[in-house]
Design a protein around this ligand. Structure first.
Ligand code: BGC
Length: 740
């Protein structure tokens, strides 16, 4: 094990030992202990929409629900996955309580961005650049999920995603480790609340540990090649933040890292997770990820897989009972020790205790709350606010937005009026029809002034569709083009090689552009897209991600100007798909292409610029903003001290604006190559028209530290550049020196 790699500056205190847990452990049989390490997909209460391939293979051969009931009654199941519903939940809990030791079940589910009140996908929420908003939506989601019997959520997903081909970009907070870490902590605080025992708290399970998002080629489930240094620099900090915020469980990834699958990786799951990061809870596998050590070619048979995964540190098996079948033999042969088994069971029971399940096994199983706690007016209002704040305005030529009062509007495209494509990738409990579409919201606001034409399907042309759309657009003053990805085009197992608007919609956009009317493109997407032709050249572009239950009203208010856009891109929009992986905080090359230089033998493509089409951090409001160059209060920073950088931000437009001032730093010379810029902090300020205000950031040594070649995190003396700007690609730098 590498000596403390600098990420863990303080270890989490292990949960205090519990007399109740120890007394249970002393009385449990091996079968009961392994039962606690078994997580079955809930076959008594399956999810309305399937979320996983069938992983409960063991039960398949039998009557699945009946088998699960009998296993629960025998005290051989620790938790269930994906089930909701109070009446049956109470019945299952009663069965568990009737077992010999009466250990309650823990009900887990993937409530990633809402159960029935659907919030924007996490990538959208990240665009708010406001972690406190994610804390609020997670709190509201926890209130809703505890009303239907859920104790434990498989969220947040905090994999730093630098390749937009990877479909699970949608589930996370984008490409930046600092921003992802802020959101990670906020989600955990929101889900868990102040007290895990409270009726509305759920245990949070950050995922996927670790490096899963670095899938080679952006193809989900693919291998990863992450150096030990990069793992600690980029992929682990969000997990550290989540654990510091109190997360007591974590999910293992499907991926291998440099040849060792995460779910069988002792160095990762034990030395790094428990040692360096000080994690004191339990690790759950991903769905069948320990079973998958076989196809990985890392285990010779299922028994071998069980031993490797468990020994590596994966405490609970999400799947079909792999541990149940094989751990008893390993205990008998000595391949797995009783100490290891007890440690895993203790960690699981401690989480149940922390949730208050022993004292109140029927917590979160209240029929009255199930009746009144779903889709509450307050939750839906928050969903609308979150949706509004997730929208990013990329461009707004000639101030085409907000739409002029009285304008006749044609809403064209397959995504303006389709409630089945509003919710995004993790909404198996959402009911189609409950989300308010843009068409419905605009109709309410514009009445007769709105015409609607679909023009094309998401991935297929409609016969006569373009002609009908052109006819509708001809009658209008302005076209709103609602296009992009369907909600089944991002998320798990939804990788793409071309991250473009699907061809039939692109053809529709070209035909509409030919009319010469002002066009506003509203993009549904679960990732950054490479925009082309008429979509790229639209007069205005709004990124709408998947906004959830109240997406339509949020967008409509922004379009007509009763609200202003304020989101910022948490992922860089490239020029071309082939630029992936593409992220702003890449390391300095030896042959950078500087503006104005001859493009000879430089780090560049022949057929696309290096810069983003729209960079990380970019986002416009309905006013104009100008930054004065930043000013340092001192030229030198002493270790242990701080320097302050400030810049005046001006609203030079005619409307109030909500601006996100972003602090970026570059370590100019170091013992390893360093990123060209890194986000270190943000401040949100509201400026009235004509108002100017100074924003200030204090910088300390900790902000300058990085994981160096010896895997120790420290700041190196020397020159630093610093920007305060409206995006990762703007601004003039100031500089200072960190003294030795
Ligand atoms: C996903 C996890 C999810 C699990 C349970 C897996 O396929 O990778 O993110 O929590 O299924 O639904």
């Amino acid at each position: 094990m590498v000596a403390l790699a600098g990420i863990a500056d303080r270890s989490l205190a292990a949960p205090s030992p519990s007399a109740r847990v120890e007394s249970l452990l002393a009385r449990m049989t091996v079968a009961e202990k392994i039962g606690q390490l078994t997580l079955y997909p809930d076959d008594v209460r399956p999810t309305p929409r399937p979320i996983n391939p069938d992983i409960n293979a063991q039960a398949e051969a039998r009557e699945r629900a009946a088998f699960q009931r009998s296993e629960i009654a025998a005290g051989r199941v620790g938790a269930l996955l994906g089930g909701t519903g109070v009446a049956l939940g109470r019945e299952l809990q009663r069965l568990a309580l009737s077992s010999r030791l009466g250990i309650p079940l823990m009900f887990g589910a993937d409530i990633v961005h809402g159960l029935r009140t659907i919030f924007p996908i996490p990538l959208g929420l990240a665009a708010s650049f406001d972690p406190s908003l994610a804390e609020s939506t997670a709190r509201a989601a926890a209130e809703e999920m505890t009303a239907v019997g859920v104790h434990w959520t498989y969220a947040p997903m905090i994999d730093v995603a630098r390749d937009q081909r990877w479909g699970r970009v949608a589930e996370g907070s984008g490409e930046d480790p600092w921003l992802t870490a802020q959101f990670a902590a906020a989600y955990v605080r929101g889900f868990q609340g102040d007290d895990l025992r409270s009726a509305t708290a759920v245990a949070s399970c950050p995922k996927h540990f670790a490096g899963y998002s670095a899938a080679i080629g952006g193809m989900d489930y693919n291998s990863t090649d992450i150096t030990p240094r990069e793992l600690r620099q980029t992929y682990l900090p969000p997990f550290k933040a989540a654990f510091d915020a109190g997360a007591l469980t974590v999910m293992a990834g499907f991926n291998d890292i440099d040849g060792v699958p995460a779910s069988g990786n002792r160095e990762l799951m034990t030395d790094i997770l428990r040692g360096e990061l000080g994690f004191a809870g339990f690790v759950v596998s991903d769905a069948g990820s320990v079973e998958e050590l076989l196809p990985h070619g890392f285990a010779s048979d299922p028994a071998d897989a069980a031993a490797i995964g468990f020994d590596a540190g994966v405490d609970m098996n999400m799947g079909g009972g792999l541990y149940k079948t094989h751990l008893p033999g390993h205990l008998a042969s000595g391949r797995v020790s009783m100490e290891r088994l007890d440690a895993a069971v203790r960690a699981v029971l401690m989480v149940k205790e922390r949730l208050g399940l022993f004292d109140d096994p029927f917590r979160s199983l209240d029929l009255e709350r199930e009746r009144t706690g779903i889709r509450t007016p307050a939750g839906l209002q928050l969903a609308e606010e979150a949706a509004r704040r997730s929208v990013v305005l990329l461009k707004n030529e000639s101030n085409v937005l907000p739409l002029k009062p009285g304008a006749r509007v044609a809403l064209i495209g397959p995504l303006g009026d389709d409630p089945a494509h509003m919710d995004g990738c993790w909404a198996p409990w959402a009911k189609v029809g409950e989300a308010v579409t843009l068409a419905a919201a605009l109709r309410e606001r514009l009445g007769e002034r709105l015409t609607i034409a679909k023009g094309s399907e998401i991935n297929a042309p409609i016969e006569g569709g373009i002609a009908a759309a052109v006819a509708a657009a001809t009658q209008a003053d302005v076209v709103v083009l609602a296009i992009g990805e369907g909600q089944d085009m991002s998320g798990e197992a939804k990788s793409r090689t071309e991250i473009t608007v699907p061809a039939p919609q692109q053809a529709l956009a070209e035909a509409i552009a030919a009319l010469g009317k002002p066009v506003v493109a509203v993009l549904n997407c679960g990732r950054a897209l490479a925009l082309e032709g008429a979509v790229r050249d639209a007069d205005a572009i709004l990124v709408a991600w998947f906004l959830g239950s109240r997406g339509g009203p949020a967008l409509a208010d922004i379009l007509i100007g009763t609200a202003a856009p304020s989101g910022r891109l948490p992922v860089s929009f490239p020029h071309r798909s082939g630029q992936q992986p593409f992220y702003y905080n890449h390391r300095s090359t030896g042959r950078p292409q500087q503006p104005g230089e001859r493009p000879f033998f430089k780090a560049r493509y022949l057929d696309a610029p290096n810069a983003a089409l729209y960079p990380f951090g970019h986002g416009l409001g309905y006013s104009r903003i100008a930054y004065d160059p930043p000013v340092m209060d001192a030229a030198e920073l002493r270790r242990g001290g701080s320097v302050t950088v400030s810049a005046v931000v001006r609203n030079t437009g005619a409307r109030p604006v909500d601006e996100v001032a972003q602090l970026y730093i570059q370590d100019v010379t170091a013992s390893i190559t360093r990123p060209v810029r890194e986000l270190k902090d943000i401040q949100r300020i509201t400026l009235a028209p004509g108002e100017a205000r100074s924003v200030r950031f204090a910088i300390t040594e900790a902000d300058l530290a990085f994981v160096s070649a010896d895997l120790v995190r420290r700041a190196e003396a020397g020159l630093f550049r610093v920007w305060i700007a409206g995006s990762s690609a703007e601004g003039e730098p100031a500089s200072f020196t960190l003294l030795a």
